[in-house]
Write a protein that binds this ligand. Structure first.
Ligand SMILES: Nc1ncnc2c1ncn2[C@@H]1O[C@H](COP(=O)(O)OP(=O)(O)OP(=O)(O)O)[C@@H](O)[C@H]1O
Ligand SMILES: [Mg+2]
Length: 232
């Protein structure tokens, strides 16, 4: 479904990604692991057209999308949950969702009701201003908002970061349900334990280079790689 081929991405003069390649097949949850500053978010931003790569290509469902504008990618079925959890603080929860609604061409999956079914806690705070939500509630809302665009493919950038263990567990269940509904996910993560529970294939990025690719069950066993690139 997604194929990233040998991309090089820069911020101004800083060369950040050095020939990153990865692919995600339909129905998979694939994780992109790496410590702070490794290049996870930059990879996500490169795919989403926010920081387009200067070299290399990105294909989505066989079509080249390199450098395409984010709103066009949303229309094509890519959802993006950035790492900053920005919500519309002055709008309430329900309005945050409505403003993002994009009707799917056929067989719509996500609308407000379906979202509240999955994210029960959001339903109870439907009319609360998003600026007053807790970190966990905001994270749920940013994921929910991306779902309102009815994506086929979702980029999730460190969704569990900074959440209390109980919330992480809930989030895990929710992401699993998304997979059951047929969503394909690329998950950027530092937390190996969280990633292990959700995905069976993963990449490790370090200093803008993919260092490992494989079954993440093997990663659990491979202490050397884990210590070297993940510090766990
Ligand atoms: N806007 C920017 N301008 C210049 N350099 C940046 C910018 N954003 C990130 N970088 C640098 O790019 C490198 C990769 O950062 P990136 O945010 O992709 O890492 P990450 O793996 O997502 O880390 P984290 O786990 O902290 O989110 C880092 O060295 C970072 O300092
Ligand atoms: Mg990041």
């Amino acid at each position: 479904m997604l194929k990233v081929d040998d991309i090089h991405t820069y911020y101004g003069l800083s060369h950040i990604l050095f020939g990153v390649s990865l692919d995600v097949s339909e129905g998979e949850i694939v994780c992109l692991l790496g410590r702070n500053g490794a290049g996870k978010s930059t990879t996500m931003r490169s795919i989403m057209g926010l920081t387009p790569p200067r070299k290399g290509t990105i294909k989505f469902k066989g079509e080249i999308i390199t450098g395409k504008k984010p709103y066009l990618l949303v229309r094509q079925g890519i959802g993006y949950v950035p790492d900053d959890r920005r919500v519309f603080a002055d709008l309430n929860v329900g309005e945050n969702l409505e403003i993002s609604e994009r009707k799917a061409k056929e067989g719509e999956v996500w609308n407000k009701e379906a979202i509240y079914d999955l994210f029960q806690p959001l339903k109870d705070i439907d009319s609360r201003k998003a600026g007053f939500l807790s970190g966990g509630e905001q994270q749920m809302l940013t994921i929910a908002r991306a779902l309102m665009t009815n994506p086929e493919f979702l980029l999730l950038d460190e969704p569990a970061e900074g959440l209390a263990p109980l919330l992480v567990k809930i989030l895990e269940e929710q992401i699993n349900k998304l997979r059951d509904k047929g969503l394909t996910v690329l998950l950027a993560e530092q937390n190996l334990r969280f990633a292990l529970k959700l995905s069976n294939r993963g990449y490790i990025i370090d200093n803008g280079v993919i260092r490992y690719h494989g079954n993440i069950e093997d990663l659990r066993e491979n202490e050397e790689v884990r210590k070297k690139y993940l510090l766990v």
